[in-house]
Design a binder for this molecule. Structure first.
Ligand code: SAM
Length: 260
């Protein structure tokens, strides 16, 4: 190693409140989503009282969908955001009106999404691809818009994933990230803490039988960069005109940016 080489990344990373070897985190995260995939959508509705639907609609609006364009939704899980994008463009009825690609590390999440879309009679749904956010299987400047919703927190190499999402966007492409963040309303803070550490794992146990998966969820939120810190990291990989806005008092933040 020469003096000009960048320092090696730390060997240990957070997995919720635990510390694990960097190389182990992706497998641990995969196991979490394997264990809850079948009930993932139902849990989202119960945990957020349906609010995640509204947040995802705000996300799709922020991507400024235009007819005929392609969205890449990274860590897209069962495909909620991609379906909203297609619906907004009228592309569920006519594929010429727009396209959506869903990338996710977890094949089970993709399968559940595919089955659920077919059950709803959706044939022209998104294209679903199993891949890591840190190594997107697309050429440079391939897509018009790129999103990641409640996914970045789970990714081991956050900066690499941000760099990849910037790389695959066309110049003039729009990026949006929806993620749990830091509560900005003083009165909401203690209530939200109590809800997070008691109700969510309890609900997770009742609905999925996996309280540990939902303890990981609430812990990982506390380890994820706050609003400004994430905006800085987005700028560092090349995103421009980075803005963020709080939703539900900062329980969730929406970061938007452009690749120019
Ligand atoms: C909380 S879910 C969000 C799913 C979807 N975006 C939504 O909002 O409903 C997080 C997703 O990130 C995926 N994921 C975790 N780490 C990943 C990685 N490194 N690359 C790609 N996907 C990843 C998981 O498999 C899971 O489907």
């Amino acid at each position: 190693m020469s003096e000009s080489d960048p320092p090696a990344p730390p060997a240990a990373v957070d997995f919720g409140f635990q510390t694990v070897l960097r190389g182990e985190k992706a497998g641990r995260v995969r196991a979490v989503f394997d264990s809850v995939a079948d009930r993932y959508d139902l849990m989202n509705d119960l945990m957020t009282g349906g609010l995640h639907r509204l947040w995802k609609t705000v996300l799709v609006d922020a991507l400024l969908p235009r007819p005929g364009t392609t969205l890449l939704d990274v860590a897209g899980g069962t495909g909620d955001v991609a379906l909203r994008w297609l619906d907004r463009l009228g592309a569920l009825a006519d594929a010429r009106r727009g396209q959506a690609l869903v990338v996710d590390a977890n094949e089970r999440m993709l399968e559940v999404g595919r089955d659920r879309a077919l059950d709803r009679g959706i044939i022209a749904g998104p294209i679903r691809i199993a891949a890591m956010a840190e190594a997107l299987p697309f050429s440079d400047r391939a897509v018009d818009a790129c999103s990641i919703a409640f996914g970045l927190r789970n990714v081991t190499e956050i900066d690499t994933a941000l760099r990849e999402m910037h790389r695959v966007l066309k110049p003039g492409g729009r990026f949006a990230c929806l993620e749990f963040s830091r509560v900005a309303l003083p009165l909401l803070g203690p209530l939200y803490e109590r809800y997070s550490f008691t109700v969510i794992p309890w609900l997770g146990e009742q609905v999925t039988g996996e309280p540990a998966a939902y303890r990981y969820l609430v812990e990982s939120i506390r380890r994820f960069p706050a609003q400004e810190a994430l905006a800085t990291r987005m700028r560092q990989v090349g995103f421009e005109r980075v803005h963020h806005r709080n939703l539900a008092g900062g329980i969730v933040a929406l970061h938007t940016a452009w690749r120019l």
